[in-house]
Design a protein around this ligand. Structure first.
Ligand code: SF4
Ligand code: SF4
Ligand code: SF4
Ligand code: FES
Length: 962
């Protein structure tokens, strides 16, 4: 073995509390000059004095103010003197003015501040030495800053020192005895998160913070985002991990490994242990906010189920054998080589993961194309957003979302189609809610009553509650309404789009069969509502579409994406801030996995494998000859495996045996393989069928980059050494070398340099630039050195925008007498995808099982009551779930999630798929539901198989105590 396990030095800086300038920045471009303590300061008009002072290096004491929150002015600690002004104004609420002269320190101010602190401290437990935030407490700091030496009011009077702690939330504790009622938590919940779970109850001395109706946090509306904990200047709201572990001593900036928002975090560490993950205020995607997953659910990385030694076995009913890396890699390479020799070059392939870094994904596809000698590489985007790639590329010329997340703050009308941002993209949802509270209008197109239809201070103007499977009908109806009412943007179309294609599309859309009236029967959405939504969207002036898997995971997923692009082009809503078409990508690096050439037909940068010039470029760099024809997609691999001519598969970080549709078919395919190599953190459902298990590394154990849904490339930085010795890219490199294809990267930055050399949209990307800028939105090249927040500004990437015809074709998955209901699937906030990570954290408290949501009418017809076991049967298979009777779903529609393998949601989903990309139609399955008293046969078999596989694993591993 030529390469030693990774010992890359961990790059970190000493822990420090993030700087807080006391008030948010002003957006004004006009500048104002003033003096603060005799120092000349120039800041934008509208800046608060406290911020202007902080920018000049003068820190005015404060407690209730924060640069994440609007000014409040309750604590009176930040008082200053302003020449010519009466009294002592609060610097956190006072705006700068031209020529203003401010004094921040003198004996009078010092006296007032000391007095304020005395009052606070007289009702505060003096247990600093044993307090969890000792050493990182703003109250403590302020006592020091004002020179508090005595508390004249004593501690014996009426106080809150005995108030009881609320420890109901698994991730943070609320200790009201330490509360100074500064209201920062309440305001953070409102302004930053937008949940409005907290209030200040009572008045005067009786005031206290209360969650919902004075409930324990866990029972309240709180969604555990952590914004209040972050805002609290005392130990009142404190992370449980901090209480357990003590203060961190260094921190590393990295990127969340959960959803496509790609939040930046400071991993705050004690040695190699994470104490807490603090959302990074400098993070361009999240601006200091987070959700429960990224903020708290990192415990899986050190969970006892982690497999940290390579395992091999000849057959899947053999016990695993723990072996050295050398033996495992040799075994895997030998098996793959022999299969290739025996069954031909097309008999092996690889699957990349949207959870892995760009560098790792790039390397897997390179290994398949070079070392395996074919193009049989695919990725999980196949089952989520492959239609986005196809639909946007063919209309606009680039397979990615057009906007930065911040663009939503300039939108006047927001249309959400088939997405549930508050659960799947929570931090972006908070930003969206902020804009909606500012007055933007909202159109929701979804079969479900998603949270945003009606929640605190947010109410959709239109909810088109369409039937599952009728997306294309509704987008055509919206376009028909726009054109028939003359609401299209003619100058924009003439200037930016292909005229003939527009004319063809216009004639097609104006056909009566596409009118809202003709389609109302099909979609279930009243024609007048569709027309109202179309008018709202067309009026803008800035209208933005955000869509999710409810668009792509359909038999007409690609058609729908084209329909969305058509509507945006027709109304001139592309090419500037506040508008656009933005796919909300599910997993953290699904955009990156696609960018890096994970599809069998595309090299990195979405260039077709048949293009000789592109191939020649890669052939020169890689030193091999590439096949000019696309390889197998995932469904092709499975079919070929069952047919007996696809025999070897390398899977990095994917769990098709839980996430892909028609699980029985997937299991049959995996069982047909002669060599399945799985590289992962745990014994996943797919790994139970494996012959080689290569331990993976979590995002905390590696360097690399993720690319989020807004094309933002963000750094992933190693905060601890890989538990199994290698980062994932190193393992791929070892395997490629063992297969006879030499790779010798010393660091992932070298892989990114290669990507940049070979990919025009990445030409300007480097680790040095990422360190300097924090993150970069591609394209980043000679034309856009700093990256590209908004795409298609003057012209579309393909030149002129291309309208594509989008005839609505009803899916085969229609309700029938036998299967009268339509099943649609989705996610919950606390769990992530197949749940392999989140189920191994305290998030399990919120969603211990997948349940079936069913409308009261359908439940009553079937004699189903709340929490009953319900059999769910489709033409693909059947399973049993517990019932939740709710009007969130419409009559005729049932809904579930797929976070727990034993629920078998994907046993029921079928192999129907998108006509262009094979993306499965998860969102529509015709089913019957009926009351049962036992688990399904599949579930019983699944239980047995799982128990057997765990036993085979136990035989290989020494038992680990919990
Ligand atoms: S954790 Fe988030 S949702 Fe819960 S109370 Fe705090 S700010 Fe509100
Ligand atoms: S809990 Fe913390 S942030 Fe909230 S009012 Fe009390 S001290 Fe202020
Ligand atoms: S899961 Fe998504 S929204 Fe939540 S912290 Fe991670 S990247 Fe941000
Ligand atoms: S910090 Fe200004 S009043 Fe509290």
């Amino acid at each position: 073995m030529s390469q030693a396990p990774s010992d890359t030095a961990l790059a970190y800086e000493a822990y420090r509390r993030p700087e807080d300038l006391g008030a948010p920045p002003s957006e004004s471009t006009a500048m104002v000059q003033l003096t603060i303590d005799g120092k000349a300061v120039t800041v934008p008009e509208g800046t608060k004095v406290i911020r202007a002072a902080a920018l000049a290096g003068i820190n005015i004491p404060k407690l209730c103010a924060s640069d994440m929150l609007e000014a409040f002015g309750s604590c009176r600690l930040c008082l200053v003197e302003i020449e010519g002004a009466k009294g002592l104004p609060a610097s956190c609420t006072t705006e700068v003015a031209e020529g203003m002269e401010v004094t921040t320190q003198n004996p009078r101010l010092a006296d007032v501040r000391r007095n304020v602190m005395e009052l606070y401290i007289s009702d505060h437990p003096l247990d600093c030495l044993t307090c969890p935030t000792n050493g990182d407490c703003e109250l403590q700091d302020m006592a020091g800053a004002v020179g508090l030496r005595d508390v004249r009011y004593g501690y014996a009077g009426e106080n809150h020192l005995d108030a009881e702690k609320d420890e109901s939330n698994p991730y943070f504790t609320f200790d009201p005895s330490k509360c100074i009622v500064c209201s920062r938590c309440v305001r953070a919940c409102e302004e930053v998160q937008g949940t409005y779970a907290l209030t200040i109850d009572g008045r005067g001395f009786e005031s206290k913070v209360a969650a919902s109706q004075d409930q324990p946090f866990l029972d309240s509306e709180c969604v555990s985002c952590g914004a209040c904990v972050q805002a609290c200047p005392t130990a009142t709201l404190t992370e449980t991990s901090l209480i357990e572990m003590g203060q961190p001593e260094h921190s590393v900036v990295t990127t969340c490994a959960y959803c496509g928002v790609g939040c930046s975090f400071r991993a705050e560490m004690k040695g190699e242990e994470v104490v807490k993950m603090i959302p990074n205020k400098d993070g361009h995607a999240n601006h200091g906010h987070s959700c429960v997953k990224g903020r708290f659910a990192f415990g899986y990385a050190t969970h006892k189920d982690r497999i940290t030694a390579p395992l091999i076995r000849e057959a899947i009913d053999d016990p695993w054998r723990e072996v050295s890396w050398e033996e495992a890699i040799g075994f895997a390479a030998d098996k793959l080589s022999k299969i290739r020799e025996k069954y031909g070059p097309n008999s092996i392939g690889g699957i990349t993961s949207s959870r892995c870094t760009n560098e790792e994904t790039y390397l897997v596809q390179k290994m398949v194309r070079s070392a395996f000698g074919n193009n049989n590489v695919d990725t999980c985007a196949r089952v989520c957003h492959s239609p986005t790639g196809y639909g946007l590329k063919s209309t606009l010329g680039e397979s990615a979302g057009t906007q930065a997340f911040d663009s939503v703050l300039k939108a006047d009308v927001i249309m959400i189609i088939g997405a549930n941002p508050t659960v799947a993209h929570p931090v972006f949802a908070s930003q969206m809610k902020r804009r909606l509270r500012e007055g933007a209008r909202l159109i929701v197109v979804d079969p479900l009553q998603i949270d945003l239809v009606r929640s605190a201070h947010v109410q959709a103007d239109c909810h088109l509650q369409l039937r599952p499977g009728t997306n294309v009908a509704i987008i055509n109806a919206l376009a028909h309404a726009v054109l028939s009412e003359g609401l299209e943007d003619r100058p924009y179309i003439e200037d930016r789009c292909e005229p003939d294609a527009f004319e063809d599309w216009r004639r097609f859309i104006l056909e009566e069969r596409n009118s809202p009236e003709a389609l109302a029967e099909v979609t279930g959405a009243p024609a007048e509502d569709v027309r109202a939504a179309a008018r709202l969207y067309a009026a803008g002036p800035n209208s933005a579409i955000y869509y999710g898997l409810g668009v792509s995971e359909h038999a007409q997923g690609s058609t729908m994406v084209m329909g969305i692009a058509n509507l945006a082009m027709a109304t001139g809503n592309l090419g500037r801030e506040g508008v656009g078409v933005s796919p909300l990508r599910g997993q953290n690096n699904v955009q990156g996995a696609c960018d890096m050439g994970s599809f069998p037909h595309e090299l990195p940068g979405y260039r077709h494998i048949s293009d000789a010039e592109t191939r020649a470029l890669f052939e020169r760099e890689w030193g091999v000859e590439l096949l000019p024809t696309p390889g197998f997609r995932i469904p092709n691999m499975f079919d070929a495996a069952i047919a007996g001519h696809f025999k070897g598969l390398y899977v990095q970080g994917e769990d098709m045996a839980q996430s892909d549709p028609d699980i029985t078919h997937v299991s049959d395919a995996l069982s047909s393989l002669e060599c399945l190599i799985v590289q992962d953190l745990f014994l996943t459902e797919t790994a139970k069928f494996a012959h080689v298990f290569l331990p993976g590394s979590s995002f905390l154990e590696k360097n690399g980059t993720f690319t989020n849904a807004e094309r933002r490339i963000s750094p992933v930085r190693k905060v601890m050494k890989p538990l199994a010795g290698y980062e994932d890219w190193e393992v791929t490199q070892l395997l490629a070398n063992a297969m006879g294809y030499p790779m010798s990267y010393g660091h992932p930055s070298e892989i990114m340099d290669e990507v940049a050399r070979l990919t025009p949209t990445f030409h300007g990307v480097s680790y040095e630039k990422l360190d300097r800028l924090g993150s970069i939105q591609w394209p980043c090249n000679e034309k856009a050195e700093q990256g590209t927040p908004t795409m298609h500004v003057d012209t579309f990437t393909r030149g002129r925008g291309l309208f594509r015809l989008t005839p609505y074709v009803a899916t085969q998955e229609r309700s029938t007498a036998r299967y009268p209901l339509l099943l649609t699937t989705g996610r919950v906030l606390s769990q992530y995808n197949v749940g392999a990570q989140t189920r191994r954290t305290r998030n399990d408290q919120w969603h211990g099982e997948d349940i079936l949501e069913i409308h009261p009418h359908d439940a009553e017809q079937r004699g189903i009551e709340q929490d009953d076991w319900v059999g769910l049967k489709s033409r693909a298979g059947d399973t049993v779930l517990r019932a939740d009777i709710t009007e969130r779903v419409q009559p005729g529609v049932v809904y579930t999630t797929f976070h727990h393998p034993e629920s078998g949601a994907n046993v029921v989903t079928t192999d129907n798929s998108d006509w262009a990309t094979n993306c499965p139609e998860y969102k529509v399955t015709a089913v019957q539901a009926y009351k049962v008293t036992r688990l399904s046969d599949w579930q019983l078999e699944f239980g047995e198989f799982t128990e057997t596989q765990l036993e085979l694993l136990r035989k290989a591993r020494p038992p680990v105590s919990a």
